[in-house]
Design a protein around this ligand. Structure first.
Ligand SMILES: Nc1ncnc2c1ncn2[C@@H]1O[C@H](COP(=O)(O)OP(=O)(O)OP(=O)(O)O)[C@@H](O)[C@H]1O
Ligand SMILES: [Mg+2]
Length: 245
């Protein structure tokens, strides 16, 4: 099977608001797939459906051919999907290093912080190196600049050894050089086989990063394809690129 995830015919409403209407897309394995679209388009809602935080009215979400819609969030996480949050979620009193350990041992947090196994410690070191946060390992994570906190979140999510990594606006708070480093890191992970789904507003960043993109507007998917195709799509230009033009 060439797709890690198949998201099909999903409707999600909240009272009178239709956050998603008949949204479908596939996430190919070992590719970077992007979701773009204006504020309120339904992008984060897609992540919340995939991770089991929301129960949609209709649709199907399959991970490697297995239906995951309706499973508890912890089971979906264990099946191989990790995410970061648009509104960063880190533990208030923990260092960067403690986040690396905790992410790998969610069932024995206290023990793993005091006595990490060698494998866990080594992976923690690797994660910090990969995302460029080794120098701040002993700092309280929430005291760091937002761009750095985003790297801690990504390192934590990737330490869980996901098959599919979901990133919700990871570049927000990063400067140009940090964003460029992140692009290279993510493309390196993809080249090693990781599948990534990323939401981001920065069009240029997404054009350079993604293998495929899907465009959301008012809860509907209005386009999907390679970045070069998306860039030329009249519906996309009208709905999204038009804002910058
Ligand atoms: N839990 C919820 N309860 C009520 N409405 C919600 C809920 N979650 C999302 N919505 C609504 O669904 C719509 C889509 O929201 P969503 O957060 O998915 O947008 P988004 O594309 O991620 O936007 P942004 O770029 O601003 O992050 C919005 O109208 C939002 O207010
Ligand atoms: Mg969002």
């Amino acid at each position: 099977m060439a797709n890690v995830l198949e998201f099909h015919g999903v409707d999600q409403s909240f009272g009178g608001i239709k956050a998603l209407t008949d949204v479908s897309f596939d996430i190919p394995k070992a590719c970077i797939t992007g979701i773009i679209g204006p504020n309120g388009a339904g992008k984060t809602t897609i992540f919340n459906v995939i991770t089991g935080a929301y129960r949609p009215d209709r649709g199907s979400v399959q991970l490697n051919g297995q239906e995951i819609l309706g499973l508890a969030p912890y089971r979906i996480a264990r099946a191989g999907i990790s995410r970061t949050f648009q509104n960063i979620r880190l533990f208030a009193s923990m260092t960067v290093w403690e986040h690396m350990l905790l992410s790998q041992a969610p069932r024995t947090p206290m023990l793993s912080r005091i006595l990490p196994s060698r494998a866990v410690a080594e992976r923690g070191e690797r994660m910090m190196e990969l995302f460029g946060i080794s120098a701040v390992r002993d700092r309280i994570a929430v005291s760091l600049p937002y761009g750095v906190q985003r790297k801690v979140e990504m390192a934590r999510a990737y330490a869980m050894e996901p098959k599919l990594l979901l990133l919700d606006e990871p570049v927000a708070g990063m400067n140009h050089d940090e964003a460029e480093d992140l692009r290279q890191t993510l493309q390196g992970l993809r080249d090693k086989g990781l599948s990534i789904l990323i939401i981001e507003h920065d069009m240029r960043f997404m054009m350079n990063l993604c293998d495929e993109m899907h465009v959301m507007n008012y809860g509907r998917k209005i386009a999907g394809g390679r970045p070069a195709e998306i860039q030329r799509d009249p519906a996309v230009i009208a709905a999204y690129l038009g804002e910058d033009a």
